[in-house]
Design a protein around this ligand. Sequence first.
Ligand code: FEO
Length: 396
Amino acid sequence: MNGFIPITEDIFYVGVNDRETHLFENMWPLPKGVTYNSYVIKDSKNVLVDTVKVSKMALFLQKLRGLLNGEKLDYLVINHMEPDHSGAIQEVIQNYPDIKIVGNSKTFEFLKGFYGIEENLYEVTDGDSIDLGRHKLTFYLTPMVHWPETMMTYDEPDKILFAGDAFGGFGSLDGGVFDDEVNIDYYENEIRRYYSNIVGKFGPMVQKALKKLEGLDIGGVASTHGPVWRSNPQRIIKSYDRWSRYEADPGVVLVYGSMYGNTEKMADYVARKLAEYGVKDIRVMNSSTTHDSYIINEIWKYKGVIFGSCTYNVGLFPPMESLIKNLSHKGVKNRVFGVFGTYGWSGGGVKTILEYVEKNKWPLVGDSVEVKLTPSQEHYQLLDQLAKRMAEEIVK
Ligand code: FEO
Protein backbone atom coordinates (compact mmCIF):
# COMPACT_ATOMS: atom_id res chain seq x y z
CA MET A 1 0.00 0.00 0.00
CA ASN A 2 2.11 2.83 -1.26
CA GLY A 3 -0.68 5.26 -1.87
CA PHE A 4 -3.79 6.62 -0.22
CA ILE A 5 -6.95 4.54 -0.23
CA PRO A 6 -10.50 5.94 -0.45
CA ILE A 7 -12.84 4.89 2.36
CA THR A 8 -15.75 7.02 1.17
CA GLU A 9 -16.04 9.63 -1.60
CA ASP A 10 -13.80 12.07 0.27
CA ILE A 11 -12.35 10.25 3.28
CA PHE A 12 -8.99 8.57 2.68
CA TYR A 13 -6.72 6.10 4.48
CA VAL A 14 -3.14 7.38 4.61
CA GLY A 15 -1.78 4.95 7.25
CA VAL A 16 1.48 3.01 7.06
CA ASN A 17 2.72 -0.49 7.84
CA ASP A 18 5.55 -1.10 10.29
CA ARG A 19 7.17 -4.50 9.79
CA GLU A 20 10.45 -3.48 11.41
CA THR A 21 9.50 -2.89 15.04
CA HIS A 22 9.73 -6.16 16.99
CA LEU A 23 8.05 -5.04 20.18
CA PHE A 24 5.11 -2.65 20.43
CA GLU A 25 5.68 -0.26 23.36
CA ASN A 26 8.99 -2.18 23.59
CA MET A 27 7.03 -5.00 25.28
CA TRP A 28 4.48 -6.71 23.04
CA PRO A 29 5.71 -8.98 20.20
CA LEU A 30 4.81 -7.99 16.66
CA PRO A 31 5.42 -11.18 14.63
CA LYS A 32 3.31 -9.80 11.79
CA GLY A 33 3.98 -6.09 12.25
CA VAL A 34 1.53 -3.32 13.03
CA THR A 35 -0.06 -0.36 11.27
CA TYR A 36 -0.26 3.26 12.28
CA ASN A 37 -3.49 4.46 10.73
CA SER A 38 -4.12 8.03 9.73
CA TYR A 39 -6.98 9.51 7.72
CA VAL A 40 -7.71 12.58 5.60
CA ILE A 41 -11.12 14.16 5.10
CA LYS A 42 -11.20 16.37 2.00
CA ASP A 43 -13.81 19.12 2.10
CA SER A 44 -14.00 22.92 2.07
CA LYS A 45 -11.67 22.48 5.02
CA ASN A 46 -9.20 19.60 4.82
CA VAL A 47 -8.60 17.53 7.94
CA LEU A 48 -5.91 15.07 8.98
CA VAL A 49 -6.96 12.63 11.71
CA ASP A 50 -3.96 11.43 13.77
CA THR A 51 -0.43 10.89 12.42
CA VAL A 52 2.10 8.02 12.61
CA LYS A 53 5.22 6.91 14.49
CA VAL A 54 8.23 9.09 13.74
CA SER A 55 10.13 6.22 12.07
CA LYS A 56 7.47 6.05 9.34
CA MET A 57 7.19 9.79 8.77
CA ALA A 58 8.81 9.92 5.31
CA LEU A 59 6.40 7.47 3.71
CA PHE A 60 3.47 9.06 5.52
CA LEU A 61 4.31 12.56 4.26
CA GLN A 62 4.76 11.20 0.75
CA LYS A 63 1.23 9.80 0.84
CA LEU A 64 -0.16 12.98 2.36
CA ARG A 65 1.45 15.21 -0.26
CA GLY A 66 0.30 12.88 -3.02
CA LEU A 67 -3.29 13.03 -1.84
CA LEU A 68 -3.43 16.76 -1.14
CA ASN A 69 -1.61 17.66 -4.37
CA GLY A 70 -0.76 21.17 -3.20
CA GLU A 71 -3.91 21.80 -1.18
CA LYS A 72 -3.47 22.90 2.43
CA LEU A 73 -4.48 21.12 5.61
CA ASP A 74 -6.78 23.16 7.83
CA TYR A 75 -7.04 20.92 10.89
CA LEU A 76 -5.14 18.09 12.56
CA VAL A 77 -7.44 16.15 14.89
CA ILE A 78 -5.51 14.33 17.62
CA ASN A 79 -7.54 11.49 19.09
CA HIS A 80 -4.55 10.04 20.94
CA MET A 81 -1.12 11.36 21.89
CA GLU A 82 0.88 8.14 22.35
CA PRO A 83 3.96 8.61 20.13
CA ASP A 84 3.01 5.81 17.71
CA HIS A 85 0.39 8.31 16.50
CA SER A 86 1.79 11.69 17.49
CA GLY A 87 5.38 11.11 16.33
CA ALA A 88 4.94 12.93 13.02
CA ILE A 89 3.09 16.00 14.37
CA GLN A 90 6.11 18.32 14.35
CA GLU A 91 6.88 17.42 10.75
CA VAL A 92 3.25 17.91 9.72
CA ILE A 93 3.29 21.38 11.29
CA GLN A 94 6.51 22.24 9.43
CA ASN A 95 4.90 21.19 6.14
CA TYR A 96 1.51 22.78 6.87
CA PRO A 97 2.33 25.75 9.14
CA ASP A 98 -1.24 27.17 9.21
CA ILE A 99 -2.78 23.93 10.46
CA LYS A 100 -4.95 24.18 13.59
CA ILE A 101 -4.48 21.38 16.08
CA VAL A 102 -7.74 20.02 17.46
CA GLY A 103 -7.67 18.29 20.84
CA ASN A 104 -8.89 18.53 24.42
CA SER A 105 -7.15 20.17 27.38
CA LYS A 106 -5.37 16.90 28.27
CA THR A 107 -4.20 16.46 24.66
CA PHE A 108 -2.50 19.82 24.85
CA GLU A 109 -0.66 18.92 28.08
CA PHE A 110 0.93 15.98 26.24
CA LEU A 111 1.54 18.08 23.12
CA LYS A 112 3.49 20.65 25.15
CA GLY A 113 5.26 17.99 27.24
CA PHE A 114 6.37 15.75 24.37
CA TYR A 115 6.96 18.31 21.61
CA GLY A 116 6.84 21.81 23.13
CA ILE A 117 3.90 22.75 20.87
CA GLU A 118 1.63 25.48 22.32
CA GLU A 119 0.42 27.43 19.28
CA ASN A 120 -2.44 27.13 16.80
CA LEU A 121 -4.48 25.03 19.23
CA TYR A 122 -8.24 24.52 18.83
CA GLU A 123 -9.58 23.12 22.10
CA VAL A 124 -12.73 21.00 22.07
CA THR A 125 -14.72 19.36 24.80
CA ASP A 126 -17.29 16.60 24.87
CA GLY A 127 -19.90 16.96 22.12
CA ASP A 128 -18.28 19.94 20.37
CA SER A 129 -18.43 19.98 16.58
CA ILE A 130 -16.55 21.51 13.66
CA ASP A 131 -18.23 22.10 10.28
CA LEU A 132 -16.02 21.41 7.29
CA GLY A 133 -18.54 22.04 4.49
CA ARG A 134 -20.13 18.73 3.52
CA HIS A 135 -18.73 17.04 6.64
CA LYS A 136 -19.27 17.77 10.29
CA LEU A 137 -16.98 16.32 12.97
CA THR A 138 -18.20 15.77 16.53
CA PHE A 139 -15.81 14.95 19.35
CA TYR A 140 -16.41 12.52 22.19
CA LEU A 141 -14.02 12.48 25.12
CA THR A 142 -13.25 8.88 26.09
CA PRO A 143 -10.64 9.21 28.85
CA MET A 144 -8.51 6.20 29.78
CA VAL A 145 -9.25 4.25 26.61
CA HIS A 146 -6.35 3.92 27.27
CA TRP A 147 -4.68 7.28 28.09
CA PRO A 148 -6.21 10.31 29.88
CA GLU A 149 -6.55 12.43 26.71
CA THR A 150 -8.08 9.77 24.43
CA MET A 151 -11.10 10.90 22.42
CA MET A 152 -13.04 9.78 19.37
CA THR A 153 -14.26 11.76 16.37
CA TYR A 154 -17.53 11.03 14.57
CA ASP A 155 -18.06 12.11 11.00
CA GLU A 156 -21.33 13.11 9.41
CA PRO A 157 -22.68 12.45 6.86
CA ASP A 158 -20.47 9.38 6.23
CA LYS A 159 -21.01 7.94 9.74
CA ILE A 160 -17.36 7.02 10.24
CA LEU A 161 -16.10 6.81 13.82
CA PHE A 162 -12.39 7.67 14.11
CA ALA A 163 -11.74 5.76 17.28
CA GLY A 164 -8.09 6.17 18.24
CA ASP A 165 -6.65 2.91 19.59
CA ALA A 166 -10.10 1.52 20.42
CA PHE A 167 -11.13 -1.40 18.20
CA GLY A 168 -7.58 -1.63 16.81
CA GLY A 169 -5.00 -4.39 17.00
CA PHE A 170 -1.67 -5.81 15.88
CA GLY A 171 -0.79 -7.02 12.39
CA SER A 172 0.24 -5.15 9.26
CA LEU A 173 -2.30 -4.68 6.47
CA ASP A 174 -0.98 -6.86 3.69
CA GLY A 175 -3.02 -5.59 0.78
CA GLY A 176 -6.46 -5.72 2.34
CA VAL A 177 -7.41 -2.66 4.36
CA PHE A 178 -11.11 -3.22 5.05
CA ASP A 179 -12.76 -5.86 7.25
CA ASP A 180 -14.37 -7.44 4.17
CA GLU A 181 -11.01 -7.69 2.36
CA VAL A 182 -9.07 -9.68 4.98
CA ASN A 183 -9.30 -12.82 7.11
CA ILE A 184 -11.02 -10.95 9.88
CA ASP A 185 -10.75 -13.82 12.40
CA TYR A 186 -6.97 -13.40 12.41
CA TYR A 187 -7.25 -9.67 12.99
CA GLU A 188 -9.95 -10.01 15.64
CA ASN A 189 -7.67 -12.36 17.61
CA GLU A 190 -4.87 -9.80 17.38
CA ILE A 191 -7.30 -7.02 18.34
CA ARG A 192 -8.16 -9.00 21.50
CA ARG A 193 -4.42 -9.45 22.22
CA TYR A 194 -4.05 -5.67 21.88
CA TYR A 195 -7.15 -5.04 23.96
CA SER A 196 -6.36 -7.48 26.78
CA ASN A 197 -2.76 -6.35 27.19
CA ILE A 198 -2.95 -2.62 26.52
CA VAL A 199 -6.52 -1.44 27.09
CA GLY A 200 -7.96 -4.26 29.24
CA LYS A 201 -7.02 -2.72 32.57
CA PHE A 202 -9.52 0.05 31.81
CA GLY A 203 -12.64 -2.06 31.20
CA PRO A 204 -14.99 0.26 33.16
CA MET A 205 -13.75 3.27 31.15
CA VAL A 206 -14.32 1.36 27.90
CA GLN A 207 -17.87 0.66 29.07
CA LYS A 208 -18.37 4.40 29.73
CA ALA A 209 -17.09 5.20 26.26
CA LEU A 210 -19.39 2.63 24.63
CA LYS A 211 -22.39 4.10 26.50
CA LYS A 212 -21.45 7.55 25.22
CA LEU A 213 -21.39 6.26 21.63
CA GLU A 214 -24.63 4.29 21.97
CA GLY A 215 -26.88 6.77 20.16
CA LEU A 216 -24.60 7.18 17.14
CA ASP A 217 -25.41 5.59 13.81
CA ILE A 218 -21.97 4.07 13.19
CA GLY A 219 -21.44 3.05 9.57
CA GLY A 220 -17.71 2.43 9.85
CA VAL A 221 -14.98 2.22 12.47
CA ALA A 222 -11.57 3.67 11.62
CA SER A 223 -9.09 2.82 14.36
CA THR A 224 -5.45 3.85 14.59
CA HIS A 225 -4.35 0.19 14.19
CA GLY A 226 -5.52 -2.67 11.98
CA PRO A 227 -8.32 -2.92 9.45
CA VAL A 228 -11.00 -0.33 8.76
CA TRP A 229 -14.40 -1.78 9.64
CA ARG A 230 -16.77 -0.73 6.85
CA SER A 231 -18.96 -3.80 6.28
CA ASN A 232 -19.64 -4.97 9.83
CA PRO A 233 -18.50 -2.41 12.41
CA GLN A 234 -21.00 -3.81 14.94
CA ARG A 235 -18.95 -7.02 15.14
CA ILE A 236 -15.95 -5.29 16.73
CA ILE A 237 -18.10 -2.96 18.82
CA LYS A 238 -19.90 -6.01 20.28
CA SER A 239 -16.59 -7.79 20.91
CA TYR A 240 -15.26 -4.72 22.72
CA ASP A 241 -18.41 -4.66 24.81
CA ARG A 242 -17.97 -8.33 25.80
CA TRP A 243 -14.27 -7.99 26.55
CA SER A 244 -14.75 -4.88 28.68
CA ARG A 245 -17.53 -6.62 30.64
CA TYR A 246 -15.10 -9.55 31.21
CA GLU A 247 -17.46 -12.02 29.55
CA ALA A 248 -15.86 -15.40 28.81
CA ASP A 249 -16.36 -18.50 26.70
CA PRO A 250 -16.53 -21.95 28.31
CA GLY A 251 -12.93 -23.12 28.16
CA VAL A 252 -9.79 -23.46 30.25
CA VAL A 253 -6.32 -21.94 29.88
CA LEU A 254 -3.76 -24.14 31.64
CA VAL A 255 -0.47 -22.27 32.00
CA TYR A 256 2.51 -24.15 33.34
CA GLY A 257 6.15 -23.62 34.25
CA SER A 258 8.31 -26.73 34.29
CA MET A 259 12.11 -27.19 34.30
CA TYR A 260 12.45 -30.96 33.86
CA GLY A 261 8.97 -32.10 32.88
CA ASN A 262 7.36 -33.11 36.18
CA THR A 263 5.00 -30.13 36.29
CA GLU A 264 4.36 -30.48 32.56
CA LYS A 265 3.38 -34.12 33.14
CA MET A 266 0.80 -32.94 35.65
CA ALA A 267 -0.43 -30.27 33.22
CA ASP A 268 -0.99 -32.89 30.52
CA TYR A 269 -2.83 -35.11 32.99
CA VAL A 270 -5.13 -32.28 34.14
CA ALA A 271 -5.79 -31.30 30.51
CA ARG A 272 -6.75 -34.89 29.64
CA LYS A 273 -9.08 -35.05 32.63
CA LEU A 274 -10.68 -31.72 31.71
CA ALA A 275 -11.43 -33.18 28.28
CA GLU A 276 -12.90 -36.33 29.83
CA TYR A 277 -15.12 -34.14 32.00
CA GLY A 278 -16.44 -32.36 28.93
CA VAL A 279 -14.33 -29.20 28.45
CA LYS A 280 -13.79 -28.77 24.72
CA ASP A 281 -11.66 -25.65 24.59
CA ILE A 282 -8.46 -26.32 26.51
CA ARG A 283 -5.32 -24.27 25.92
CA VAL A 284 -2.17 -25.71 27.50
CA MET A 285 0.51 -22.99 27.38
CA ASN A 286 4.17 -23.14 28.37
CA SER A 287 5.09 -19.93 30.23
CA SER A 288 8.77 -20.40 29.35
CA THR A 289 8.22 -20.32 25.60
CA THR A 290 5.05 -18.22 25.22
CA HIS A 291 5.05 -14.47 25.64
CA ASP A 292 2.69 -13.29 28.40
CA SER A 293 0.64 -11.32 25.88
CA TYR A 294 -0.53 -14.50 24.11
CA ILE A 295 -1.44 -16.18 27.39
CA ILE A 296 -3.32 -13.11 28.63
CA ASN A 297 -5.16 -12.98 25.31
CA GLU A 298 -6.41 -16.55 25.85
CA ILE A 299 -7.30 -15.80 29.47
CA TRP A 300 -9.39 -12.89 28.20
CA LYS A 301 -11.31 -15.38 26.12
CA TYR A 302 -11.89 -18.28 28.50
CA LYS A 303 -13.57 -18.67 31.87
CA GLY A 304 -11.17 -21.12 33.56
CA VAL A 305 -7.51 -20.52 34.41
CA ILE A 306 -5.21 -23.14 35.92
CA PHE A 307 -1.69 -22.30 37.03
CA GLY A 308 0.81 -25.16 37.38
CA SER A 309 4.34 -24.30 38.45
CA CYS A 310 7.54 -25.70 39.76
CA THR A 311 9.42 -23.96 42.56
CA TYR A 312 12.59 -21.97 41.91
CA ASN A 313 14.90 -20.74 44.68
CA VAL A 314 12.20 -21.17 47.34
CA GLY A 315 9.78 -19.07 45.29
CA LEU A 316 7.74 -19.15 42.12
CA PHE A 317 9.33 -20.14 38.79
CA PRO A 318 10.20 -16.69 37.25
CA PRO A 319 8.30 -17.05 33.93
CA MET A 320 5.16 -17.98 35.89
CA GLU A 321 5.70 -15.08 38.29
CA SER A 322 6.01 -12.68 35.36
CA LEU A 323 2.76 -13.94 33.84
CA ILE A 324 0.78 -13.88 37.08
CA LYS A 325 2.08 -10.42 38.03
CA ASN A 326 1.19 -9.15 34.58
CA LEU A 327 -2.28 -10.67 34.79
CA SER A 328 -2.82 -9.15 38.26
CA HIS A 329 -1.99 -5.76 36.78
CA LYS A 330 -4.69 -6.17 34.11
CA GLY A 331 -7.42 -6.61 36.75
CA VAL A 332 -9.16 -9.47 34.95
CA LYS A 333 -12.50 -10.44 36.49
CA ASN A 334 -15.17 -13.12 36.19
CA ARG A 335 -12.72 -16.03 35.95
CA VAL A 336 -12.24 -19.14 38.12
CA PHE A 337 -8.79 -20.39 39.07
CA GLY A 338 -7.07 -23.70 39.91
CA VAL A 339 -3.54 -24.25 41.20
CA PHE A 340 -1.02 -27.07 41.29
CA GLY A 341 2.74 -27.37 41.38
CA THR A 342 5.96 -29.08 42.43
CA TYR A 343 8.98 -28.47 44.64
CA GLY A 344 12.33 -30.18 45.26
CA TRP A 345 13.43 -29.62 48.83
CA SER A 346 11.22 -26.84 50.16
CA GLY A 347 7.95 -25.40 48.85
CA GLY A 348 7.41 -21.91 47.48
CA GLY A 349 5.84 -22.15 44.02
CA VAL A 350 2.29 -23.08 44.94
CA LYS A 351 2.42 -20.89 48.07
CA THR A 352 3.35 -17.81 46.01
CA ILE A 353 0.61 -18.47 43.43
CA LEU A 354 -1.93 -18.78 46.24
CA GLU A 355 -0.76 -15.43 47.63
CA TYR A 356 -1.46 -13.81 44.24
CA VAL A 357 -4.84 -15.54 44.07
CA GLU A 358 -5.80 -14.23 47.51
CA LYS A 359 -4.48 -10.71 46.87
CA ASN A 360 -6.50 -10.47 43.63
CA LYS A 361 -9.61 -12.08 45.18
CA TRP A 362 -9.62 -14.59 42.32
CA PRO A 363 -12.15 -17.37 43.05
CA LEU A 364 -10.32 -20.65 43.64
CA VAL A 365 -11.82 -23.90 42.38
CA GLY A 366 -11.03 -27.15 44.21
CA ASP A 367 -7.99 -27.78 46.40
CA SER A 368 -4.55 -26.81 45.22
CA VAL A 369 -2.22 -29.76 44.68
CA GLU A 370 1.45 -29.59 45.68
CA VAL A 371 3.89 -32.39 44.84
CA LYS A 372 7.43 -33.14 46.01
CA LEU A 373 9.60 -33.95 42.95
CA THR A 374 7.22 -36.12 40.93
CA PRO A 375 3.53 -37.03 41.30
CA SER A 376 2.37 -40.29 42.90
CA GLN A 377 -0.92 -42.11 42.25
CA GLU A 378 -2.41 -40.24 45.19
CA HIS A 379 -1.42 -36.91 43.62
CA TYR A 380 -3.01 -37.93 40.32
CA GLN A 381 -6.28 -38.56 42.17
CA LEU A 382 -6.07 -35.05 43.64
CA LEU A 383 -5.38 -33.60 40.18
CA ASP A 384 -8.37 -35.53 38.86
CA GLN A 385 -10.52 -33.88 41.53
CA LEU A 386 -9.16 -30.45 40.61
CA ALA A 387 -9.97 -31.04 36.92
CA LYS A 388 -13.45 -32.30 37.83
CA ARG A 389 -14.23 -29.23 39.93
CA MET A 390 -12.96 -26.92 37.21
CA ALA A 391 -14.98 -28.71 34.53
CA GLU A 392 -18.13 -28.39 36.69
CA GLU A 393 -17.59 -24.60 36.70
CA ILE A 394 -17.02 -24.47 32.94
CA VAL A 395 -19.57 -26.94 31.55
CA LYS A 396 -22.62 -25.55 33.27
FE1 FEO B 1 -1.57 3.10 19.37
FE2 FEO B 1 -1.99 4.01 22.60
O1 FEO B 1 -1.07 3.95 20.94
